[in-house]
Each structure stands twice: as structure tokens, then as C-alpha cells.
Design a protein around this ligand. Structure first.
Ligand code: 2DT
Length: 209
């Protein structure tokens, strides 16, 4: 079907509020790409397995307290420590589907009141995604889905602020176009997304919300 093994993998990022469906959609996209014979892996940030990730995890579960700037930089460091491995994977032709990335970093910290440009700074130099898929859901609707755990940010009022910052980021920098991949069609009504990657048209539909 024309999928070239020479091609670099795509960095595909899924963003959205808690309970917006990122996890289901990520696995769905993974199966879809694998079904086409494409090598792909599912990643997520924060990666809680590293030592930095463990500090983040303990902060999120309220077991430890950290200054807002400090935790922001730890989230960023958690991406930096994975950069070279991400680069290797992409170069070897494996696509990465990543559940949360820099946009979560900036949206969540800005929602706490930190300066947005300050929040963006440590992200400069990380790998730019080829595609960012934002799963648009009203904060109220996400909350209705239930399953908010007891983690620090899982509160409706805070999620509303995060949604507003995602919107700001979206206007500024959404639909990141790499050289090999671009959205050729999005239809939010139908939930269908098609993208052209290395000359091959992929289409997938999002689960109805
Ligand atoms: P999960 O529930 O998806 O594990 O996320 N967050 C995430 C930040 O504040 N900054 C970041 O850079 C990232 C990647 C979003 C845990 C929470 O951490 C938030 C929700």
C-alpha cells in the first residue's frame, strides 16, 4: 500500500482535557497504523517511570508539594530526558503517538497563573509534532463522564481554565505541519480525520463522544 520503510516516523500528539478520550483515541490510532503495516508506538507524558517522573507522580497525587515553577520545569525535563530516544525511534521509521506533550505543559501551568511565555520557554528545542490532535470536549461534559480520580488537577473549575489556555495555544500554533504529514481533512461533526503521511492517505474516525 505504499508505506515506505525508509520514511521517518510521524510524531502525532493527542491533547485535551482529562476524560476527553485521549487514551481510547491513542490506542485506536495505534491499531489503525499497525493495521496498515506501519511501525508505531504509544507514548505518554508525564512518563512516570523515570526518577523525574516519580517526582511528578508524587506531586500529582498530592503526596508532595512543589512550587508551580518547579513542577513546570520537571514536566519539561521529563520530555527532555526522552528527546534522544524519541528522535531515534522516528529516524528508524517508527511513528510515535503521544498522549500529552508540550501543550499540556503550557496549558496547565498557565491555568495556574504562570506567564504563558515563561511556560513556553523550556519547550523550545524539543521535537515539534507533525500533527496535534486536540480532542475538543466541554469541561462540563468531561466531568459528567466521571472517573475523575483524586489527582491534583482533576477539578471542573480548574479544567475550565485549562480549556481556555488550550484555546489560546490552538489559535497560535495548532495544526503543526511537518514536511511529511498534514491534515488534509478534518470533520469534527463526523469525527473523521484524514492525514497524508509519506504520500499515503490515512483516515481514521474518532469514537463518538
Ligand atoms: P495524565 O492524567 O495524562 O497522566 O496527566 N500535565 C501533564 C501538566 O501539568 N504538564 C505537563 O507537561 C503534562 C504532560 C495534565 C497528569 C496531569 O499532568 C498534567 C494532567
Amino acid at each position: 500500500n505504499g508505506v515506505s520503510t525508509e520514511a521517518r516516523g510521524a510524531l502525532i500528539v493527542l491533547e485535551g482535557l482529562d476524560r476527553s478520550g485521549k487514551t481510547s483515541q491513542s490506542s485506536r490510532l495505534l491499531s489503525y497504523l499497525e493495521g496498515l503495516g506501519h511501525s508505531a508506538e504509544l507514548w505518554r507524558f508525564p512518563d512516570r517511570t523515570t526518577s523525574v517522573g516519580k517526582m511528578i507522580s508524587s506531586y500529582l497525587s498530592n503526596e508532595s508539594q512543589l512550587d508551580d515553577h518547579t513542577i513546570h520545569l520537571l514536566f519539561s525535563a521529563n520530555r527532555w530526558e526522552k528527546k534522544s530516544l524519541m528522535e531515534e525511534k522516528l529516524k528508524s521509521g517508527t511513528s510515535l503517538i503521544v498522549d500529552r506533550y508540550s501543550y499540556s505543559g503550557v496549558a496547565f501551568s498557565s491555568a495556574k497563573g504562570l506567564d504563558i511565555d515563561w511556560c513556553k520557554a523550556p519547550e523550545i528545542g524539543l521535537l515539534a509534532p507533525d500533527l496535534v490532535i486536540y480532542l475538543n470536549i466541554l469541561p462540563e461534559k468531561a466531568a459528567e463522564r466521571g472517573g475523575y480520580g483524586g489527582e491534583r488537577y482533576e477539578k471542573l473549575e480548574f479544567q475550565k481554565k485549562v480549556a481556555a489556555y488550550y484555546q489560546i495555544l490552538r489559535d497560535a500554533s495548532w495544526k503543526v505541519m511537518g514536511k511529511d504529514i498534514y491534515i488534509v481533512h478534518t470533520d469534527r461533526q463526523e469525527g473523521n480525520i484524514s492525514l497524508l503521511f509519506s504520500g499515503v492517505l490515512f483516515s481514521f474516525s474518532l469514537l463518538p463522544s
